[in-house]
Design a protein around this ligand. Sequence first.
Ligand SMILES: *Cc1c(COP(=O)(O)O)cnc(C)c1O
Length: 392
Amino acid sequence: MRYPETRPPAFTLTAGPVDAYPEVLRAMGTTVLYDYDPAFQAYYEAVARKAQKAMETDSPPVILQGEPVLGLEAAAASLIAKDDVVLNLASGVYGKGFGYWAARYAARVDEIEVAYDDCIDPEAVRAHLKAHPETKVVAVCHHDTPSGTLNDINAIGAVVAQAGALLIVDAVSSWGGMQTSPDACLAGIYVTGPNKCLGCPPGLTLAAVSDAAWAKMEANKDAPFASMLSFTDWKNAWKATEPFPFTPSVAEINGLGAALDRFLDEGPESVWARHALTAAATRDGVRAMGIDIWPAREEIASPTCTAVKMPDGIDAGPIIAEARARYGVSLSAGRGETLGKLIRIGHMGPTAQPMFAHVAVAALGGALAANGTKVEIGAGLAAVQARLDAEH
Ligand SMILES: *Cc1c(COP(=O)(O)O)cnc(C)c1O
């Protein structure tokens, strides 16, 4: 049996976008209210307050009306002033990419870069900031998705705060799938979105902003205004009594409200636990088949995405195509430097279900075997099952 490319796959186990929760899709299909209707303004405020609760932060996050790349670019544009020195931390494609935005706005961008299967050492950040006390802004990606690796943002945040700089965090693909919050890492701007672990379609940014970051943005003469990239334009838009600078994405807000209800009803601990177990079972299964994971160490492997290292001489592209065609399972490729070298299995929102580890391991193993790689599929599935039963 083959799954034609012209039809949707049976399973979307990608690293984002992910399939949306049914209640999110239903909410998005409800009435599109006029944005100045009092019912919508009250709903928007309620959604912002739920987001604040879910993000465990002091004030409602800013909701920007575009998927989180907009929020990351807006953070660079709004926070970094022309004479600022920025330290960019790069342990993967997204971390590296932020440095290019920073370079548009900063006087100088320094960088600490490590191999893309590794993570940033907070002590290296401390040493750099000691040698360069002029540094105003530090940027880090929490979970660099194209590598499936985590940085210790709480430790990095403490170092950055001690040096008196402001931290920009890209937590797009970690927040909602594991314990992480803007306050725990002392972030200046903490950017995430509902389109990964919260199980919404791409379309919005959620960003928590500290008082110090607001003060810096408000004093920044070069920060955008009357612009979709402006943080300050949207600062008070969450209040039902305040105007929107531009039209918000009404249907996306309806979906976000449903996703937050679901997250809060299920309970963050339970949501994090199913992400962690799905990832752990997947890693066990992959290794038991005789295949390595990409992250250099188990401790830095993400609970929201498992990056699987391709055996020597095997290109990931045909394996991904085979898993899609043979089993109807859609998996993610790497990006940039990791393209071809790894395959990513997402565990985000609706696909963070431990039984999906079986689907992923079976599809990956079968596709590798079909391409002539020797893999122990049975051993892989037994290892998945053992992990699920051990944590029962
Ligand atoms: C998904 C993601 C983003 C948002 O960008 P996309 O256009 O959806 O790729 C930003 N940062 C990280 C780390 C992500 O995983």
